[in-house]
Design a protein around this ligand. Structure first.
Ligand code: ARG
Length: 456
């Protein structure tokens, strides 16, 4: 009995069901259904134009592919594990529909350049979507920053109160990170927007194809210069996973802060009911599940990146079946990134900011100590001496349970005759923020300027 696979000619025996199950990718690569149809339509059109197939055969193939697309949209299409992947499933269905002429579609093409083309098309559209989602997130951050230019909160180093800052400034730090993410994805798009179609199995083809035509038809701006590279390059996928990992890391840091800020100890923000959950045992609970999940899913994305790096390591040129393992991690990360960005953006646009609480937590925390040291240094005291003096003063205040701004003027003057009544103005949190007017600093004017620049 002959082997019934599309490539069965050279075989006498059959593969086992277990082998088919292990070797097939249709379980996940059906996600590239549309890209496969698109790629085949472009290839068939080019074969027709170059007279590699007759106009009549081209039309039969084209109409067959379009009707398969319609069947897919109706949900009436069935894929078979025995046909391995999306490419051969579609070819099989096409054969059932239009007969032997379907076999002409694969002229001057291999599944190696076919799958690479599909993967490029798939990722290209996803990169454009991620770019839009990042635009939305940046818009929301900018609006939130604008509403909070004058919201004062403690700035932290070592998770200890450091210096009072504008909450808007803190938010804009994340804006910068997401902006860099967007730039990285834009560069990633350059390496994805290249057509491998026409590379054949790995060496090109003897047919008089026009691979610039198919590239143009598919909306690619470039073609691969080397057919071996075309079928074995997965750098664009690795770049995506690595850019996604950095993006998820940024979201995860933000999530960590939101989770702290939502705690009883901080009470800086409250997330809306939509993005929080209750407890099955403790009736009072309101848990920030979404922020924890985004933080947690960052781990999946790192895993997906690591998986593909390991798959690619030491892989000889050109195509190897190992490359079939390139897709699931990318699909998984696309899903993670798309839903994380969307939900995160909605969540922060609906959160309540407790401005009073933020401000109050800068009043008793000695985060104005640098102001006093700067004040003394400004009046001529060497900064190191000023640092020492204020440090001692803070120590005494802790013993007396009093804040720097609540010390009587005589007490302060006794420490240094450089101190005069005007010291109380600079000890205010508002002053600590507004006076930090160096470029990119937290001063209200600086934050305002940054927001204006970004709006442009
Ligand atoms: N399903 C395969 C993949 O995802 C398609 C390419 C198969 N090519 C081959 N020569 N077996 O990589």
């Amino acid at each position: 009995m002959a082997n019934n696979k599309l490539w069965g000619g050279r075989f006498k025996g059959q593969s086992s069901h277990e082998m088919d199950e292990f070797a097939s990718s249709i379980q996940f690569d059906y996600l590239m259904f549309n890209e496969d149809i698109q790629g085949s339509l472009a290839h068939a059109k080019m074969l027709g134009e170059k007279k590699i197939v007759s106009p009549k055969d081209y039309e039969l193939i084209r109409d067959g592919l379009l009707s398969i697309q319609a069947d897919y949209q109706n949900g009436s299409l069935q894929f078979d594990l025995a046909n391995e992947d999306i490419h051969m499933n579609i070819e099989k269905i096409l054969t059932d529909k239009i007969g032997k002429v379907a076999g002409k579609l694969h002229t001057a093409r291999s599944r190696n350049d076919q799958v690479a083309t599909n993967f490029h098309l798939y990722l290209k559209s996803k990169l454009l979507n991620v770019d839009k989602l990042l635009d939305n997130l940046k818009d929301v951050l900018l609006k939130l920053a604008n509403d909070n230019i004058e919201t004062i909160m403690p700035g932290y180093t070592h998770l200890q109160h450091a210096q009072p800052i504008s909450f808007g400034h803190h938010l804009l730090a994340y804006y910068e990170m997401f902006n860099r993410d967007q730039e990285r994805f834009t560069f990633n798009l350059k390496h994805t927007d290249i057509s491998p179609l026409g590379a054949g199995a790995m060496a090109g083809t003897t047919f008089p194809i026009d691979l610039f035509l198919t590239a143009k038809e598919l909306g690619f701006s470039k073609v691969y210069n080397n057919s071996i590279d075309a079928v074995s390059d997965r750098d664009f996928a690795l770049e995506f996973l690595s850019n996604a990992s950095i993006l998820m890391m940024h979201l995860s840091r933000f999530c960590e802060e939101l989770s702290l800020w939502m705690s009883y100890e901080f009470q800086f923000i409250e997330l809306s009911d939509t993005y929080t959950t209750g407890s099955s045992i403790m009736p009072q609970k309101k848990n920030p599940d979404l922020v924890e999940l985004i933080r947690g899913k960052t781990g999946r994305t790192y895993g997906d990146l690591n998986m593909l790096l390991v798959v690619m390591k030491g892989l000889p040129l050109a195509y190897n079946k190992d490359l079939q393992e390139d897709k699931e991690g990318v699909f998984d990360t696309v899903k993670t990134v798309e839903s994380s960005l969307k939900l995160f953006t909605e969540m922060i646009s609906t959160m309540k900011v407790n401005k009073t609480r933020m401000y109050q937590s800068t009043l008793k925390d000695f985060s104005n100590a640098t102001e006093l040291a700067d004040y003394l240094a400004g009046k001529g005291m060497p900064f190191r001496d000023a640092h020492q003096l204020v440090g001692n003063l803070v120590y005494e205040c802790i013993q007396k349970n009093v804040s720097l701004q609540n010390l009587p003027i005589d007490y302060l003057k006794n420490k240094s005759d450089l101190i005069t009544e005007d010291v109380y103005d600079i000890l205010k949190s508002e002053a600590a923020v507004s006076r930090r007017n160096s470029y990119g600093g937290t001063g209200f004017e600086q934050v305002k300027k940054q927001i204006q620049n970004k709006k442009k």
